[in-house]
Design a protein around this ligand. Sequence first.
Ligand SMILES: [Zn+2]
Length: 73
Amino acid sequence: MQDDADMAGEVDARAWEEHERNRVAREAYLAGPPAILTPMDCVDCGTSIPAARQRAVPRTRRCVTCAGALETR
Ligand SMILES: [Zn+2]
């Protein structure tokens, strides 16, 4: 059985989650759109390059695996 304190805690947790979602969404909005909006495929293996990598290395044409292989060549 829930008492009032338990129920208040549950509401708080939900409000916090909502708050966190809004905060993350706002930060993403303030950070601006990703440098490259269209998904790009690795020129070597054709794997789609993750958006995070495209943002980290905007000019990359290769996935992490192929870029690493290239460096060790
Ligand atoms: Zn690749």
